[in-house]
Design a protein around this ligand. Structure first.
Ligand SMILES: Cc1ncc(COP(=O)(O)O)c(C=O)c1O
Length: 476
């Protein structure tokens, strides 16, 4: 059974259970555990070979403790970028030595905590390095040393598994500027091509034998594989230069970040982790020769395809020649899509109230609207009962016009009580809600589907109640 079939079973099971009859919570986010497991296996297979690996999941992609626990149980690590994410990772059961702490704005308290825990640290800038130098003289814990920070090569190395700089390779932006972190002026890390930066870095490592890692993350979604690979090549070169300068292999870990893009336009998983590995290996053959421990920090590519938002259709209107399908899923669970729809297109399928599939959105062909040289609109994969496709918008409940999940798409005629399933939303969607209009965070569940189509649910997060919203809004 492939994941589209499993998703269909899940939608029907939710409908049969009456989940969408609850007026307080007519939407839910669900995650297919088998799909997540398949992505984890593919990642490990793709990076197989000599040398050690530390595959971490980027917590920001799914800030849900039970979901992070799936990754801990699979033997992975966790990349975190805030005290909340760090607390979630610890609660999910990750050993601190398998936690990587990023963030461009770490406070002294956060740095102290990470050093005491013995988590891996990616240093964002020179001011942060100064703080770590000072903290290392006082902190007592796995990440500490009795010796002053900067010191001779004989300084005992820290027990923290790895500490090093985040490097901005300044190799350029990808297709989504806001997600690109390798532009010349990105706020992250030390700009490698900036005047004096390279020499400053080599010197900083030479003076601190405990700096043993370099890190790069060129961006998320919209990055071409060769762009990601050229960022990795830049930090690999830097590691080789530092090691040549100090005369031994001080830098023995390279953290290559995440950022493998996800295909939101079809069911296909493309590009795969295997293609990613090939692209990196072509550009940096030395990375996988066994001399370096390679750390990864994938998020979206591990989780997106596994997730679906399912919501009830409340009303269906016809305005200006458009079918407007008003649902309960909008900017509060699909924030990026609502605010930047060109960069974050989503597919939505329409289901009958009992969960039966009726059709999936497809791009509306404007040439079919009677213009000269027009051709018929592409046909929809619908069942025969649904009739012709209508030019449609799928809208959410928020009070602004851009609150749309899909705009100007073809969809069969919908009715109140139907359901919509929003595909590929397992990362950065329902797990990363936006509290506009004080809409509640929806319930989240994991699921597995047996060979007989029976769906087994696992609770992940309860829906937020109005009382909880009131309490966190300063109410009584
Ligand atoms: C430092 C870092 N690592 C990893 C990730 C995860 O990226 P993705 O979900 O695209 O794999 C991000 C995302 O913003 C990041 O900033």
């Amino acid at each position: 059974m492939d994941f589209a079939e499993r998703r269909a079973h899940a939608v029907e099971a939710l409908a049969a259970e009456g989940v969408f009859d609850d007026d307080d919570h007519p939407l839910i986010g669900v995650l297919d555990r088998d799909e997540v497991g398949a992505r984890i296996r593919e990642l490990h297979d793709a990076f197989d070979g000599p040398g050690e690996r530390l595959h971490t999941v980027a917590a920001k992609a799914a800030t849900l403790v039970p979901v992070l626990r799936w990754f801990a149980e699979a033997g992975m690590g966790c990349e975190v970028a805030s005290p909340g994410e760090l607390a979630m990772a610890l609660e999910a059961g990750f050993d601190p030595s398998r936690i990587v702490f990023d963030s461009p704005a770490k406070t002294p308290t956060e740095l102290r905590h990470a050093l005491e825990l013995g988590a891996n640290l990616n240093i964002d800038n020179v001011q942060e390095l100064d703080r770590i130098d000072r903290l290392r003289t006082t902190v007592h814990g796995p990440g500490s040393t009795a010796e002053p920070g900067p010191g001779p090569a004989s300084t005992p190395s820290t027990r923290a598994p790895s500490i090093g700089f985040r490097i901005n390779p300044q190799t350029g932006s990808g297709g989504i500027e806001a997600m690109s972190t390798a532009s010349h002026t990105s706020k992250f890390g030390v700009g490698l091509a900036d005047p004096g930066a390279r020499e400053m870095l080599v010197q900083a490592y030479a003076e601190r034998p405990w700096l043993n890692q370099v890190h790069v993350h060129s961006g998320s979604q919209g990055m071409a594989l060769d762009q990601i690979a050229s960022g990795v090549a830049a930090v690999h070169d830097l590691a080789e230069e530092i090691n040549a300068r100090v005369g031994h292999r001080q830098v023995d870990r390279i953290d290559i970040g995440g950022g493998l893009p996800v295909n939101f336009t079809s069911e296909e998983t493309d590009p795969t982790f295997h293609r990613y590995r090939e692209a990196i290996e072509d550009a940096v053959p030395g990375l996988f020769d066994g001399r370096y421990t390679v750390t990864t920090e994938f998020g979206r590519s591990l989780l997106a395809k596994a997730g679906t938002i399912v919501a009830r259709v409340e009303y269906v209107k016809h305005i200006g020649g458009r079918q407007v399908v008003i649902t309960h899923a909008g900017a509060q669970v699909a924030t990026r899509t609502a605010f930047a729809p060109e960069s974050w297109p989503l597919r939505v399928s329409l289901h009958a109230p009992d969960g039966r599939f009726r059709g999936t959105t497809s791009a509306h062909d404007t040439r079919a609207d009677g213009e000269p040289g027009s051709t018929p609109a592409p046909s929809l994969a619908t069942d025969s009962a649904t009739g012709p496709a209508l030019r449609s918008d799928v809208a959410g409940p928020c009070c602004f016009s851009g609150d749309l999940l899909a705009q100007d798409v073809d969809l069969p005629a919908a009715e109140p009580g139907d359901l919509v399933a929003v595909h590929d939303t397992g990362a950065y969607y329902f797990s990363t809600p936006f509290s506009y209009n004080a809409l509640p965070r929806p319930e989240v569940r994991g699921y597995e589907v047996g060979a007989d189509g029976r769906v087994q649910w696992e609770p992940v997060r309860a829906a937020q109640s109005v009382g909880e919203i009131l309490a966190e809004s300063g109410g009584k």
